[in-house]
Write a protein that binds this ligand. Structure first.
Ligand code: ZN
Ligand code: ZN
Length: 606
């Protein structure tokens, strides 16, 4: 639902196919390249040349990731993650690091300086992933070729026959790819091994069914069809060989005390947090902040629930445990929700109301020329229930931005009821704030004005998610919903999920808590249903750090705003804060802070 699939670009040979998932809330801004103006100083020109060359070389290095964002020039290439390929990749990043270090960032204007820091972080991060994190040795789920083949099959960027020819060409390296995987995986974890088995079974199905059917129905020449048959054989043999190899390994991995834990531990976590999030906080500071915030939110919820209790449970005694009281109340009022067949329409109707509120209160500049199109999620993109922003990639400038909403057609009555209770009358409004106005969609419109290809490809996930989470609270604080206690109570429940994601990630990966302790946190302290909590446990065992991005970005944006209020007193202006903050594009919040703080204070001190 509000999962931002953070496209962490890492030691990409072994990672691209597996970790870049096109899912809900996955968007990249539509941008154009910075025009080369004559007035640029030498350093600016030097950086722009570096940046353009880096991006071009980056796609050559990561052709599969290019396909995901709409850069198809190297779509027929599948790099092999063998020793030679990995050494070449590491050298690529080391060369780029040397080059970027020769550029004097202090000579660059704000927009380019932020691009500079983003690229430098990207390069250093890739080197660290390859040399320190080394997930190519312990995460078998890194190896899965299916994703990019699926995109080539399903995306209409050139005629279908040509796309099938590309697919056939790209299949040539599949056996070598899985050979290399087996050489690299010296220390696999149990959790990631199980995931790899499951996901690669899906990969076999993609080739044997969907791709094979498409080839059979096509008017490819007989020679092409024969070549496909041969490569299909080699492909399924390679993938099935990989699966059996993992399946055979699994029992010994489960038995042995020496098997690597899926948890990465404190040292790796701290550094991964630094690179993935680009935060002004350390991982531990962020964890402490989240723990304190959980306490604060519980107190606020208790206050509201105490007031609301008599309204809904006149003669019934309050449960003695205040958290049980809150849960009882939330369950009770969640029955207020739209009908299942009105789900899409109710969202469509709400967007103009949110826009009107933002404009009437002059909260952020809104661009009336770029309306958000609400539509039913196209069939081929379904699979995730719910709602998400679907923005064009950096290479199709000008395409529409859609708010995809999946109708509840496919659900049983019971599933639909449970879903509608979750996205009840109040939570649906918070969801629309987050996804659309003034959350992701509004941020995207502003971000597009900064015209940075770097930020649209390497945009900071914590800033993007943090902004959407920040706007939920900001809208309510500014009086959206007239301070209705039910709306605030539901907001806090929703916000607790974001807080809990951070606590959970750190507690599992660094403090080493087990499944039971994790479920207890989510169910008893954040009011989550058991099924949701179990799903989150699974996700938290497979990824690291990503779950903290929402809360980190949100905390840092809120903190920046409060610090600016402090520094400017009566001169503080919320609209100007929002507009200036968004003008830097999807850069990490600490960079935006660095670029805007003094300037904002100078302009707003009376
Ligand atoms: Zn989001
Ligand atoms: Zn109902």
């Amino acid at each position: 639902m509000n999962k931002f699939s953070f496209k962490k670009l890492v030691s990409a040979l072994v990672i691209t196919a597996a970790t870049v998932s096109i899912s809900a809330c996955n968007f990249t801004a539509t941008n154009e390249q910075q025009p080369a103006a004559k007035s640029f100083t030498q350093t600016q020109t030097q950086f722009q040349q570096f940046s353009e060359k880096f991006i071009e070389d980056f796609w050559r290095q990561n052709p599969g990731y290019g396909v995901y964002v709409g850069y198809y020039k190297f779509d027929d290439q599948l790099p092999v993650p063998d020793a030679k390929g990995m050494a070449q990749e590491l050298n690529f990043y080391k060369d780029k690091l040397e080059q970027i270090q020769q550029i004097d960032v202090n000579q660059l204007p704000a927009n380019l300086a932020s691009d500079y820091y983003i690229l430098k972080n990207e390069i250093e991060s890739a080197i660290w992933y390859a040399t320190e994190l080394k997930s190519h040795q312990w995460n078998p789920a890194n190896y899965n070729v299916a994703g990019v083949f699926g995109v080539i099959l399903n995306t209409d960027y050139k005629p279908k026959t040509e796309r099938l020819q590309t697919i056939i060409q790209r299949m040539a390296n599949i056996p070598a790819y899985y050979q290399a995987a087996q050489v690299n995986l010296t220390d696999p974890t149990v959790t990631h091994t199980k995931l790899a088995i499951q996901q690669n079974q899906g990969a076999v199905a993609l080739f044997e069914q969907r791709i094979a059917n498409a080839v059979a129905e096509s008017d490819l020449a007989a020679a092409d069809k024969n070549l496909f048959e041969q490569r299909l054989n080699e492909t399924t043999t390679a993938i099935q060989g990989y699966i059996s190899w993992l399946e055979k390994k699994l029992p010994e991995l489960e038995k042995s005390a020496k098997t690597r834990d899926f948890r990465i531990g404190k040292a790796l976590y701290d550094t991964k947090f630094k690179y993935d999030i680009y935060s002004g906080f350390s991982a531990k500071e962020l964890y402490d902040t989240a723990m304190a915030e959980k306490q604060r939110v519980h107190q606020e919820m208790i206050t509201i629930a105490n007031k609301l209790w008599p309204k809904y449970f006149k003669n019934q005694a309050k449960p003695s445990d205040p958290l049980v009281m809150i849960k009882t109340l939330i369950d009770h009022i969640s029955v207020k929700h739209v009908k299942r067949d009105e789900f899409v329409d109710s969202i469509r109707q709400q967007i103009p109301e949110l826009e009107a509120f933002v404009m009437a209160n002059n909260l952020i500049e809104m661009d009336k020329d770029k309306p958000l199109v609400v539509r039913e999620t196209p069939e081929y993109q379904r699979g995730f229930a719910g709602a998400s922003i679907n923005a064009p990639g950096p290479y199709d400038a000008g395409a529409n931005t859609y708010y995809n909403v999946t109708p509840l057609d496919g659900m049983s009555d019971e599933q639909a009821e449970s879903y509608l209770r979750e996205y009840n009358h109040w939570l649906l409004q918070i969801l629309n704030i987050h996804e659309a106005v003034p959350g992701h969609y509004t941020q995207l419109v502003h971000s597009n004005k900064s015209k940075s290809l770097v930020k649209s490809i390497f945009g900071n996930g914590a800033m993007i998610e943090g902004w959407a989470v920040y706007t939920e609270r900001m809208m309510l604080e500014e009086g959206y919903g007239d301070f209705e206690p039910e709306l605030w109570l539901m907001y806090y429940k929703w916000n607790l999920r974001v807080i809990m994601n951070s606590i959970l990630d750190y507690s599992i990966q660094v403090k080493g808590i087990n499944e039971q302790q994790a479920l207890d946190l989510m169910i008893n302290q954040a009011f989550q249903e058991k099924a949701e909590a179990q799903g989150k446990w699974r996700r938290a065992t497979l990824s690291q750090v990503q779950l903290t991005s929402y809360f980190t970005g949100y905390s840092e944006i809120y903190q920046l705003r409060e610090d600016l209020k402090q520094a400017t007193g009566d001169g503080f202006n919320l609209t100007n804060f929002h507009n200036q903050f968004l003008s830097y594009g999807s850069a990490p919040v600490p960079i935006i802070r660095e670029l805007m703080f003094d300037d904002y204070v100078a302009k707003h001190t009376k």
